[in-house]
Design a protein around this ligand. Structure first.
Ligand code: ATP
Ligand code: MG
Length: 412
């Protein structure tokens, strides 16, 4: 066979739109790709004509490398490919033309047939999608498609079909090589991890907040996590589920993630006998947000993140969201605010967070008194805060925080 290196071909998403900062974003993206491929031998990354080509040490690494690269934010699509050098192809093409025979494109046809045999599965029909980034090649896209398509049709016994085929072989002509790939998969886009500043995510045991964290991470933010637990101390609290969720999120991160575990006891001892049942939920939220803000400042985070979705439960009415934190100056980001529950659940499944998120867990929010007020007023909550000594509760809780470090993972 006349083709050489197995590669993963990737394109980047929004970075292409960046102006002067583009190089810095690209550098970060390449570093993050390297981190994701840590431990795989002989891997090199090259920036070629607006694409990132990951050259692999051996063919057996292709699927594993592609799966890891799917978790690198900033990439638009990722495809295992075969790279055919241009010089041999160009020479063969010139020779075929000079003696007046149909161009053979041997390297391309071999590569396309190999990929089809490996990856077409139960497909019955196919098409070749040829494009030229470098137009100096001696054939146009239609001609390339026709020649490669004929080879796949004959050797792999598949029928050609231009509209909605079962399987597509892509051919992309670059200046120094031609890429042949199949199984091109859309990635998650976004911005490279750790390019957008640090956030403190309020992480519960539910479905929503892990998705909120993931969305902020996808936009390049470096996430710290705070979880409030019931129980007298961290050893007694069962935080295994929360740690498991952070471990899953760590598979999308090139850096160690920090989880801060904070007791709710400082709130509870002060709320008993002071806070009416119907105010308990909103006051408890206030406690969480204020404590998270305190930890955020200590850890140099620029914003808080929650999994709130407008109107989803009583604590998330617009009145309550507006009243809970009149005295918190850090921005509170709510990436799920406009999503329906079924959309959030779909994201949870797509990102692989769902199974861990539905494990049984008794979150401290689920044990609050029922029938909370729906239209709390900020002034009332400030008054109640003074009555119960919220400031002290916040200080005490933040000082009792225990940090767990969760290293980046290459597999989740
Ligand atoms: P989730 O599915 O994330 O638990 P939810 O729909 O259950 O969200 P709530 O329980 O009302 O909603 O919580 C709203 C938000 O408050 C959560 O998304 C999370 O950001 C924060 N939160 C709730 N409980 C905790 C907790 N124990 N520790 C930290 N943050 C919490
Ligand atoms: Mg919850």
């Amino acid at each position: 066979m006349s083709f050489t290196t197995p590669v993963i071909a990737c394109t980047y998403s929004e970075i292409a739109l960046k102006g002067r900062n583009r190089r810095a974003f690209l550098r970060k993206l390449v570093n993050n790709m390297q981190a994701a491929l840590r431990g795989m031998s002989g891997v090199t990354i090259h920036h070629v004509e607006s694409r990132l080509l990951v050259r692999l040490g051996s063919e057996t690494q292709a699927d594993e490398a592609a799966a890891r690269l799917h978790r690198v934010f900033g990439l638009q699509w990722v495809a295992p490919a075969i790279e055919v050098p241009r010089d041999a192809l160009d020479a063969e093409l010139a020779a075929d033309k000079s003696i007046g025979i149909e161009p053979r494109l041997t390297g391309l046809c071999d590569a396309a047939c190999l990929l089809t045999a490996e990856r077409a599965g139960g497909a019955r029909n196919f098409r070749v999608n040829a494009r030229r980034s470098d137009r100096s090649f001696g054939l146009n896209s239609l001609e390339i498609g026709r020649i490669v398509g004929a080879a796949v049709h004959q050797r792999c016994k598949l029928a050609g079909r231009m509209v909605d085929p079962d399987f597509t072989v892509d051919v992309l002509v670059l200046r120094a090589s031609v890429l042949v790939f199949a199984a091109k998969e859309q990635s998650f886009g976004g911005l490279p991890a750790c390019t957008s500043g640090r956030t403190m995510v309020l992480l519960s045991g539910g479905i929503d907040s892990p998705v909120a964290a993931w969305m902020m991470m996808r936009r390049g933010s470096r996430a710290d996590f705070v979880h409030f637990y019931s129980g007298r101390n961290v050893e007694e609290a069962d935080t295994a589920k929360i740690q498991q969720i952070v471990r899953l999120l760590a598979a999308w991160s090139p850096v160690t993630l920090r989880l801060h575990l904070v007791p709710v006891v400082p709130y509870e001892v002060r709320a008993i006998g002071t806070i009416e049942d119907r105010y308990d939920m909103v006051m408890f939220r206030r406690f969480m947000v204020r404590t998270a803000a305190r930890l955020a400042r200590r850890n140099k985070c620029l914003a808080l993140v929650t999994g709130d979705s407008l109107g989803q439960v009583a604590s998330q009415t617009l009145h309550n969201l507006a009243a809970i934190s009149p005295d918190v100056t850090l921005p509170i980001l709510r990436p799920l605010v406009g999503l329906d529950k079924h959309e959030i659940t779909a994201w949870s499944r797509r990102t692989g967070l769902f199974d861990a998120s539905i494990l049984p867990y008794r979150d401290c929010c689920s044990i609050r008194s029922p029938r909370p007020i729906l239209t709390a007023r900020g002034v009332d909550l400030l008054k109640l805060s003074e009555d119960m000594g919220l400031e002290e509760a916040v200080r005490e809780a933040a000082d009792a925080a225990v940090r767990v470090d969760i290293p980046p993972a290459t597999t989740a």
